[in-house]
Structures are given as structure tokens and as C-alpha cells.
Design a protein around this ligand. Structure first.
Ligand SMILES: Nc1nc2c(c(=O)[nH]1)N[C@H]1C(S)=C(S)[C@@H](COP(=O)(O)OP(=O)(O)OC[C@H]3O[C@@H](n4cnc5c(N)ncnc54)[C@H](O)[C@@H]3O)O[C@H]1N2
Ligand code: MOO
Length: 413
């Protein structure tokens, strides 16, 4: 299967999980299951944008100050007549009949008499306090009712991630809760008799590099447990069906997981049992090998109970590539996130493969992407130094390529 088709297959293999209603502070990072609509006009009434005086009638006055209103006060029960003014605070409702608000710095008030100290705009005159009429600037410094939005307007569409700004906007628009999609739950199964989980590697034993990197790559998902199993088909089969947790102690079981992620055992060696075990479990294989480098043995399947299995190759950089190709698109759809437009950059200094898509660690410099090297399948060095992976199609001769990264789709501003 081609790399673009593999990614699309993962994105389209599932439907978004059910919607749940969450209190605002709990909803950050979730995807909206329905658009956020305004529950009231913003502002809800004509409101002052400045500390100063609301006035009716032409400047520079004088006006008679008829009262004062502070933020939090109700709309004054009065209608300003021409020649009248009202003291207003920023955010306070202005009385009906107000033409504009003059900032306090430009006001001279003696008793109840208000005059505007405006810089005269009259041709040739640069004095304040002259007798030239000041042009009326009706509406200035007044935020009119519904000027930002009206009750019922859709402010943020479904599928958007709830960023802190979305949260603040929703609160401002009157919401106490948001309807979001449940986050997918992921259980990880790391296979390999040769793996160490502490201390330096030594001949014949390698440190597990995939288990530690996965939690940070589970964009918008919850890791419910990591299980380490021997290179043994029945141990792998058990882990896929019951997924006994060893670390940390059992709290939930993978039968509650939406996605199972396996590491290793995707290839054709004597200890690579994943395909056989999935066959025995009557799994439907959706992706079995992808024409890309690294990561070609990656796999996607669904179990009869609907859970998905993403098989990451054991080589750590190949596993990283498989996360970006299959796991992140799958989790993104399950979590209800709308796809993001692709990010591209110009990449010239790279050797394309004749048949396979290459996933190349790059750093970004303006519109250009530069390969960082160190990109052997067994090494995460290049990925660790990179901003993104460049998706280099077979036969690429230079020019624009897509960039994918561990952060893609995470969004929150
Ligand atoms: N005859 C063939 N052999 C291999 C092929 C092939 O097409 N034909 N493909 C190669 C490719 S490409 C990859 S990628 C690997 C995939 O192997 P597995 O998914 O079966 O993984 P393992 O065999 O268990 O391990 C491969 C390699 O990675 C190391 N490893 C495994 N798990 C981890 C981990 N959690 N952290 C760090 N390193 C890990 C393991 O020690 C091996 O060195 O198959 C190739 N072979
Ligand atoms: O594709 Mo393997 O994934 O070369 O390491």
C-alpha cells in the first residue's frame, strides 16, 4: 500500500467516539462535538470602551453632566438629551441617546460642566480651546450591542480543538460546559526478549526506546497502561485480549482501550508473531505493510470487538514513522478532530527512493526544509534533532513536500 493511502486508511478506519459534556476547565485539548454558539449578544448592550463621558450633541460642548454609571451597573434609566453627558467607566452600559464617549484625559469638568479639550482639526488651526466646531464622531468609543456577535451565531465549528482561547471565548459567550468527543484510550504492548528498561545497553540487550517515547506521541489520547510481553505468541495474544497491566499496577484493563499499540514483532522472523496472533483473533487487517522507508512492516487491524491494533515496527525510528503515519491519524479521527491543512516546505537536498515514500527528519528554515541526517531505522537521533519529518514521494526531484510532526493537530493556541 502507498504511504498516502495508508494514512488515509487510518484516518477513515474509525468514527469519532461518543460526545460527552464537560465542565469548561476540563475540556481543553478535546475536539468540539458541536459548534460553540453564542448564548447572548456581545456586548449585551451599548457599552463604553473608555473611561470618560458619554455625550449627546456636538463637541466641544459644553455638556451638563447628568449622572455616572460604573461597570456592573444596570443600563441607566435615562435618555441623554442633546447637551447632556454621563460619566462612564470602561465596560459600563452607556445611557440611551449617547453619541460617543470622550476619554477622561480629554475632558475638563468644572462642577457639572464638561468641555472637550480636543485638538482642532480645522484647516490651519492647531489650537485646543478654539471656537471651531468639532466634527461629530458619532459612535466613537461605544461598543454597540451585538457588535462582536449576536446570540445564536456559531463562533467555533465542530471538530476544532478546545484551546485556552476557545475556552475563554466559550465562557464569554455564556457556556458553563462544552460538548466534546471522548478522548481515545490507548494501551501499549511492548514486545521483545532482548529489551532492557533501565541501565546501559550491552551486547544482546537493547534499551526499550519506544515505550518511553509513546506517551508524548499519543496526541489527544489517554494512555491507560503499558505492558511488556515476551516474544511468545500466547503472551501477545493474552495481552491483546485481556492486556494484563504490570506497570503501573492494574487499574483498568485494555478491554477498555479503544486502541492497542504493539511495538515489534511486525516482521517475518521466528519471534515476530503479531500477524499470526491477529489472524488467530479473527482480526481484520486494514494495512499490512506500507511502501515507505522507514517503517514498511507497519500494520493496522481491527479486532472483532471493534478495538484497533496499530503494529509499530521494532526499529525505533521506524516505530516513530508508523506513529505519524497510522496512529496519529487514527487517534485524531477517534477524538473527533477535523483534519488540518497540510504544512509544506521546499526540500531539495534529498535523495528520493524510486518506489517508496521516504520519511526524512528535517529542520525548517523559512520556506525550506533541511535534512538533519542520522536517519537509520534503528536510530531516533535524526528524529530527536528534527522539527518534522518530510514526506518525500517516490522519484521526488526537488520542490514542495509535506511536513508531518509529532505536534501536528495538537493545536491549542
Ligand atoms: N527478513 C526480513 N527481515 C526484516 C524485514 C524484512 O522485510 N524481511 N524488515 C526489517 C524492517 S524494515 C524492520 S522495521 C524490522 C521490523 O521488525 P519487528 O517489528 O519484527 O521488530 P523486532 O524484530 O522485534 O525488532 C527489530 C529491531 O528493533 C529492535 N527493537 C525492538 N523493539 C524495540 C524497542 N522497544 N526499543 C528499541 N529497539 C527495539 C530490536 O532489538 C531489533 O534490533 O524488521 C526488519 N527485518
Ligand atoms: O522499514 Mo524498517 O522500518 O527499515 O526499519
Amino acid at each position: 500500500m502507498t504511504w498516502p493511502l495508508a494514512r488515509r486508511t487510518a484516518r477513515e478506519a474509525v468514527k469519532p467516539l461518543e460526545a460527552v459534556e464537560l465542565a469548561l476547565p476540563d475540556a481543553v485539548g478535546f475536539a468540539l462535538a458541536s459548534g460553540v454558539r453564542a448564548l447572548a449578544d456581545q456586548p449585551t448592550c451599548d457599552t463604553s470602551a473608555m473611561d470618560g463621558y458619554a455625550v449627546a450633541g456636538p463637541g466641544p460642548g459644553p455638556w451638563t453632566v447628568a449622572g455616572r454609571v460604573a461597570a456592573g451597573d444596570p443600563v441607566p434609566d435615562t435618555t441623554l438629551q442633546s447637551g447632556e453627558a454621563f460619566g462612564v467607566a470602561t465596560g459600563a452600559p452607556v445611557p440611551a441617546g449617547s453619541d460617543l464617549v470622550i476619554p477622561v484625559e480629554r475632558c475638563t469638568v468644572e462642577g457639572s460642566r464638561l468641555v472637550e479639550q480636543a485638538q482642532c482639526q480645522h484647516s490651519g488651526c492647531r489650537h485646543s480651546g478654539c471656537q471651531h466646531p468639532v466634527p461629530a464622531q458619532v459612535g466613537k468609543n461605544i461598543r454597540r450591542r451585538g457588535e462582536d456577535w449576536s446570540a445564536g451565531d456559531e463562533l467555533v465549528p465542530a471538530g476544532s480543538a478546545v484551546s485556552p482561547a476557545v475556552l475563554g471565548l466559550a465562557a464569554g459567550a455564556g457556556h458553563d460546559t462544552l460538548l466534546v468527543h471522548r478522548r481515545p484510550r490507548v494501551a501499549v504492548i511492548v514486545t521483545g526478549d532482548e529489551l532492557l528498561h533501565a541501565g546501559p545497553p550491552r551486547p544482546g540487550r537493547v534499551r526499550d526506546a519506544i515505550g518511553p517515547m509513546l506517551p508524548g506521541l499519543l496526541m489527544g489520547a489517554d494512555l491507560i497502561g503499558t505492558n511488556h510481553v515476551r516474544d511468545d505468541p500466547s503472551a501477545l495474544g493474552d495481552a491483546l485480549t485481556t492486556h494484563r497491566r504490570v506497570s503501573p499496577p492494574a487499574l483498568t484493563s485494555a478491554t477498555q482501550a479503544d486502541v492497542l499499540v504493539t511495538c515489534g514483532a511486525t516482521s517475518v522472523g521466528p519471534a515476530d508473531h503479531l500477524r499470526r496472533v491477529l489472524h488467530d483473533l479473527d482480526a481484520e487487517i486494514l494495512v499490512s505493510g506500507v511502501a515507505c522507508r522507514p517503517g514498511h512492516p507497519m500494520l493496522l487491524a481491527t479486532l472483532p470487538d471493534g478495538r484497533c491494533v496499530v503494529g509499530l515496527p521494532g526499529n525505533p525510528f521506524a516505530a516513530f514513522a508508523a506513529v505519524l503515519t497510522l496512529l496519529q491519524p487514527l487517534l485524531s479521527t477517534l477524538g473527533g478532530h477535523a483534519p488540518h491543512p497540510p504544512i509544506t516546505a521546499r526540500l531539495t537536498q534529498v535523495e528520493a527512493h524510486p518506489r517508496d515514500t521516504r520519511l526524512v527528519p528535517v529542520t525548517r528554515r523559512g520556506d525550506n526544509a533541511m535534512p538533519v541526517g542520522h536517519d537509520r531505522p534503528g536510530s531516533l537521533w535524526g528524529a530527536a534533532l528534527a522539527d518534522a519529518l518530510a514526506v518525500v514521494p517516490p522519484g521526488h526531484q526537488g520542490g514542495e513536500v509535506e511536513l508531518i510532526s509529532a505536534q501536528a493537530g495538537q493545536v491549542p493556541v
